[in-house]
Design a protein around this ligand. Structure first.
Ligand code: ADE
Length: 221
């Protein structure tokens, strides 16, 4: 999969893509991630990419031209263009599973007060990572790339994400490792029993209990 990220702040991604699993996925050739500064595409004589909003109001608005030209230079028939915005539909694990099948993602990170509405005309999908407003789309882009990359074949074992939280609308079950007793807290007996049917039942019950407690909305879905 190829992922092009359009951002005014490519340095923000340092570290996130050069460590751990994403780094390994890049090295294995499972994903190619390119950071593209769309300021390089502005036709403004002073290199501007934003301007004041028509109708008045606070802050600056990203202009359509640099983003249009940047997307046009990258887009092919295989591309899916994603705009990150708090006004988008809410990003979920099931969207990550859909997006992992795409060949090419172009991800646009907004910044400042917002962007010219006409930018939406070149996008296939508008996504929000949650009901809060960040300073820009860079952190949401990292969230997307991380959550999609770990699902690509051969990046982590598929067993590792079969039991992920949100699969089947249930949160993950609790895990324990050595020692058996830590600060007086014991590992549940069933996990030491070697009885895999019982262990599976216990884990499923725990998934239901934790989901009821922390995310009852998921059970309604
Ligand atoms: N840009 C600012 N806040 C955002 C959010 N919650 N999701 C996606 N993009 C954003």
């Amino acid at each position: 999969m190829k992922i092009d990220i359009l951002t005014l702040f490519p340095n923000m991604f340092d570290g996130v893509f050069t460590e751990s699993i994403i780094k390994r996925a890049c090295e294995l050739g499972k994903v190619e991630i390119n950071l593209i500064n769309f300021r390089d595409f502005t036709k403004d004589p002073h290199n501007k990419v934003d301007d004041t909003p028509y109708g008045g109001g606070a802050g600056m608005v990203l202009m359509a031209q640099p983003i249009f030209d940047c997307v046009k230079s990258l887009k092919t028939d295989d591309s899916k263009v994603i705009l990150l915005t708090p006004s988008g539909i809410k990003y979920k694990q099931e969207i990550a599973y859909d997006l992992k099948n795409e060949k090419h993602l172009i991800i646009i990170c907004g910044h400042y007060e917002g962007f010219d509405e006409r930018i939406k005309s070149i996008c296939d999908l508008e996504l929000s990572i949650g009901d809060y407003v960040l300073t820009g789309g860079e952190i949401p882009a990292m969230v997307l790339v991380d959550s999609i990359t770990r699902l690509l074949d051969g990046v982590i074992t598929s067993e590792s994400h079969i039991n992920d939280s949100f699969n089947n609308n249930l949160l993950d079950y609790p895990s324990y490792t050595k020692p058996r007793v830590y600060e007086g807290m014991e590992v549940p007996e069933v996990l030491l029993s070697g009885n895999h049917k019982k262990i599976d039942e216990y884990r499923h019950q725990e998934q239901i209990r934790i989901t009821k407690e922390n995310r009852p909305d998921l059970l309604d879905e």
